[in-house]
Design a protein around this ligand. Structure first.
Ligand SMILES: [Zn+2]
Length: 99
């Protein structure tokens, strides 16, 4: 099981990193907001008791607090669209298949 979570966390990092670079124009690393969001998302992933972990999108539990849930959805929509437009479907597929 550990493996899937690692892939998922890497993907989160990738999506949030892209969003922050494009939306917040961060040059290095993440802005404090996105850093906070990533940390939260990683924590939730580690704390997930579903085994195997379903993609968060399809999870019946929805463990994210509403404010973070909204933020992460924004990030995923923005970065997902960016990846489609720039031919990075491999990352999108990874996200959708990540457990
Ligand atoms: Zn940011």
């Amino acid at each position: 099981m550990g493996d899937g979570k690692e892939v998922y966390k890497q993907t989160l990092q990738r999506f949030i990193g892209l969003y922050c670079r494009k939306k917040h124009l961060s040059k290095q690393g993440l802005c404090p907001d996105c850093q906070d969001l990533l940390q939260y998302a990683v924590q939730r992933t580690d704390a997930c008791r579903q085994d195997p972990k379903p993609p968060c999108k399809f999870c019946p539990i929805h463990c994210y607090a509403p404010s973070y849930r909204q933020k992460i959805r924004q990030v995923m929509r923005y970065s997902g669209l960016y990846m489609i437009l720039h031919g990075r479907l491999d990352w999108l597929v990874k996200y959708l298949l990540a457990r």
